[in-house]
Design a protein around this ligand. Structure first.
Ligand code: NAD
Length: 289
């Protein structure tokens, strides 16, 4: 037997041994989840769904009131915890993970959901728009993922990190430079961290929603008016407009995004990492802007 062949066998034996040591993903009922931006919209729906599946949920949001409302709804201190945290702050992110550890003993699942939109046409986009957009989505999710990796590798039980990215991370929506570029950054974080953390049993995946108008604070807070102007439809008809342009002719709701997070983390997709699941009723498949 040649030296190189011996090395190949040893290598694979070692890899197999590592896999045997790796625990299977814990069921959601035995997990602690931390959802950034969990106080509103899609994040709230994700927090609700994970709690309904039995997870303890830490609702981390810079909007303390929104976070408290969701945590109360999910059963208060026994099963859920509200933490006021701005994802752009290293200290506040670290404190949120510490609070999670104190309340529930650790963190096994992190959802990078916090986000805003500062999208405008290129020539109207200021350096500040760019910086704020990237601080919250690119830097914020990097910080939360780094903390998640610290905690999860120390726990030695694997884990899940899910990014709520966007169809706009891949496709060029109109007048979307700041938001689209920050979402593309998040999408590549998914691939990079899936590669770096896979050996610890930490899976990193993304969800790409589109057109979730109802319940979205981003849409209510100016993005809806901007998008309505871009598409030439009245703002109150925007949900309908988005639904009509999908392949399924269906409106995408926050709960549909939460279903995808559950699909990725609930146990059945235990061998999937580095993937983005579109939740857009078919818009991306048809290449619609
Ligand atoms: P939302 O405004 O209802 O929720 C965003 C939450 O993030 C809010 O609670 C807000 O307080 C929080 N947040 C914002 N900045 C923060 C910060 N610095 N630190 C901590 N929390 C912060 O909006 P949504 O539509 O539910 O969006 C949630 C995520 O989904 C965002 O990342 C958004 O980009 C993404 N997304 C939304 C859509 C959509 O159609 N609504 C489509 C694709 C992607």
């Amino acid at each position: 037997i040649e030296e190189s062949e011996k090395f190949r066998i040893e290598y694979w034996e070692l890899e197999e041994a590592k896999l045997r040591r790796m625990p299977a993903p814990k069921p959601l009922a035995a997990r602690v989840a931390l959802v950034t931006g969990g106080g509103s919209g899609i994040g709230r729906a994700i927090a609700r769904r994970l709690a309904a599946e039995g997870a303890c949920v830490v609702v981390a949001d810079r909007d303390a009131e929104g976070a408290a409302e969701v945590a109360d709804e999910l059963g208060g201190t026994d099963r859920a915890l509200a933490v006021e945290a701005d994802v752009t702050s290293e200290e506040e992110i670290a404190a949120a993970f510490r609070s999670a550890a104190l309340a529930f003993g650790g963190v096994d699942l992190v959802v990078n959901n916090a986000g805003i939109s500062r999208s405008k046409p290129l020539l109207e986009t200021t350096a500040k728009d760019w910086d704020v957009q990237h601080r919250i989505m690119a830097r914020g999710s990097f910080l939360a993922s780094r903390e998640a990796a610290r905690v999860m590798t120390a726990q030695g039980m694997g884990g899940d990190i899910v990014y709520i990215a966007s169809k706009n991370s891949v496709f060029a929506g109109p007048d979307n430079i700041a938001y689209g570029a920050a979402k593309a950054d998040q999408a590549h974080q998914v691939r990079l961290l899936a590669a770096e953390l896979g050996g610890h049993g930490i899976r990193v995946n993304g969800v790409n929603p589109d057109g979730v108008v109802r319940g979205s604070g981003i849409f209510a807070g100016g993005w809806g008016a901007q998008r309505a102007a871009v598409y030439g439809v009245p703002e109150e008809k925007l949900g309908e407009f988005y639904a009509q342009r999908t392949l399924l002719k269906r409106e995408v709701l926050p709960e549909h995004v939460a279903n995808a997070v559950f699909a990725l983390t609930g146990g059945e997709l235990s061998h999937t990492t580095g993937l983005h699941i579109p939740v857009d009723a078919g818009v991306a498949a048809a290449f619609l802007r």
